[in-house]
Design a protein around this ligand. Sequence first.
Ligand SMILES: [Zn+2]
Ligand SMILES: [Zn+2]
Ligand SMILES: [Zn+2]
Ligand SMILES: [Zn+2]
Length: 331
Amino acid sequence: MMKESPFTDLPQNDVELTPDKVKDEKEGGPTFHCDLCDAEIVYTIAQAFLPGLSTACVDNTTGDVFQSPGSAAAEIRKEMVEYLMQRSETFVAESVVLDDGLEVQASDHPYDIIAYLIDEFATTKRNLFSRVSEWLLSDKREDKIDDFSQEIEINGFWSIDKREAIVQTLLKNVDLKNEFHCDMKFYSADELAQHVPTCKYRSMTCQNEGCYAKYSISQMENHDSVCPYKMIPCEQKCSASVMRRDMDRHCITVCPLKLVNCPFYSVGCKSAIPQCKIEEHRSSDFHSHLLYILQGIHKEASVEVLRKRVEQLLQELLERRVARDNAKATP
Ligand SMILES: [Zn+2]
Ligand SMILES: [Zn+2]
Ligand SMILES: [Zn+2]
Ligand SMILES: [Zn+2]
């Protein structure tokens, strides 16, 4: 949650970060800028525009018989873009304060900064009626904002492409640590053209089948380590490779190494065995399974007596098999 009061007395530690491109250009420095930004953050911020605009439109027209969120939307969108552009340019020395209810901390993450500015803009658009605290806290307001936000998303009032283009400009203003956009500058268009194919901010689409995530090359490893569509070796170490999103299901269903109860569980064998090893277990634990069965039948008999009986039964079985094999051998 953003704090109500805009800014605190945080030290202005970003003063030296005045964009040097301005200086460079004055001195006839490199004027060809690489414009690439991290595709993922651009998309995420662009998504925050819709609820922001919706909030401003709803709070601006609540209780107004002449206006609806829809009729005010075009004008408010224009104002919102101007507001964000202007505020982001002067944001250099300020810091956003996040208050998650437990602790208050400063953030200089571009997403937090822009989300904060969107919030700030929406607050300026509240009309007299919507400043009443009962309205601000009501579920009806939340519903109206959600509904209108969905409406403008569905009818394409503000396309993602247009929103992303605005975010790219904002990002350059507020990404002071230079984590999400390229700030390389060149003396000629040729040099710039040579740089672009190697820029770590050029975007790529995830190569894992079924995944359409877009991100910059520099984020490739991060994405790959969480991509739900990545094929990874079975966590139970069977020989299969499974999509990350299907791993849990694989492990508790078809995985040959899934642990199951011994078929003789009900008579007393409490072993858990990988399902592919059941036959092996049946033969290796034949003795003890037989003992369990006899114990079930002869409840009063001592284990010693039953063990002997097991030996006897096995001996009989063996003799019968030998006799049968001999019979086959001499027709
Ligand atoms: Zn670049
Ligand atoms: Zn992916
Ligand atoms: Zn497996
Ligand atoms: Zn068993």
